[in-house]
Design a protein around this ligand. Structure first.
Ligand code: MBD
Ligand code: FE
Length: 285
């Protein structure tokens, strides 16, 4: 697929809408309180020192400093901070969080989660458009605890891009809730979710994040992926993504969020649909 085809129903604004969603999610959780002054001092100082060191090491000039200032302003005005930070920074925050995690491997959440989707008992079909493009994918498996016992009624909050790489809520013309749902596993912890295979995701090229990527000569692609939160009362919530064996960009994700444990290898069944299984392992909260 060429990048021109990929861009056709312009993704302009998708990075910007992520800012609105992020603000709303912050407003609805007061879990994050103020950060302690000592911690602000420690971390902010370390960040600034790292920046100072780069300026010295790279002989950063006044014109370059002013160009950076302009770009930082553009990212804010374009509403792309959630996009930029989730693409280039979140993977390291997740790496630190993962140090204390057991069970299924996690990875980054990214900017395109929308809460409060339809709850559907398994087996479920994600909401699709009548003319939804792409291969039908039947994704099934079990949710178990660290001892392999089923976690009855576990929730799989799943969201993913469509067969052209666009997310509902963040691209024009896609109905709200498309390819998003909270699927509830059965009493044996089993789930089966019918959806369509997503396409790789391209960072919008027209915004400041895309412009930086182009200016630096990097590529703007993430491999095709499914996003999931898997959760049940009494267990620690998993935030993860699943990728597809042999897919483009699998070994060169712009967001550096792939892990070998998270790669599906769907097989085409006699029914003509793609089938893939995956078991999620939850640790106690
Ligand atoms: C995505 O779809 C995504 O998953 C991440 C992490 C960043 C940008 C777009
Ligand atoms: Fe994504």
């Amino acid at each position: 697929m060429t990048s021109t085809e990929q861009k056709s129903p312009s993704a302009a604004g998708s990075g910007a809408s992520a800012t609105e969603v992020f603000r709303a999610s912050r407003a609805s959780t007061d879990a994050e309180g103020a950060v302690a002054a000592e911690r602000v001092d420690e971390v902010a100082r370390a960040v600034l020192t790292a920046v100072h060191d780069v300026i010295r090491e790279k002989d950063v000039s006044y014109p370059e400093f002013q160009a950076v200032k302009q770009w930082l302003m553009d990212v804010g005005e374009g509403g792309e901070w959630p996009l930029f930070l989730d693409v280039f920074v979140e993977h390291v925050v997740e790496e630190v969080a993962a140090r204390t995690q057991q069970g299924t491997v996690g990875t980054i959440q990214g900017p395109y989660y929308v809460p409060d989707q339809q709850r559907l008992p398994s087996p479920a079909a994600l909401p699709t458009r009548p003319d939804e493009k792409g291969d039908t994918l039947v994704f099934s498996g079990r949710v178990v605890d660290l001892d392999g016992n089923p976690v009855a009624g576990a929730e799989l909050d799943i969201w993913h891009a469509d067969g052209q790489g666009y997310y509902s809520g963040f691209a024009p013309g896609i109905p709200a809730g498309n390819l998003r749902a909270v699927v509830v596993a059965d009493d044996a912890g089993r789930f089966e979710i019918t959806t369509v295979a997503p396409a790789p995701y391209q960072i919008p090229t027209e915004g400041p994040t895309g412009k930086l990527i182009a200016a630096a000569g990097w590529h703007p692609w993430r491999p095709a992926h499914l996003h999931l939160f898997v959760q049940a009362p009494g267990y620690r919530r998993i935030t993860t993504q699943l990728y597809f064996q042999g897919g483009d960009w699998l070994d060169d994700d712009v967001a550096e969020a792939t892990k070998p444990e998270l790669v599906l290898d769907p097989q085409r069944g006699d029914d003509g649909r793609l089938h893939s299984e995956y078991d999620f392992v939850l640790e106690p909260a």
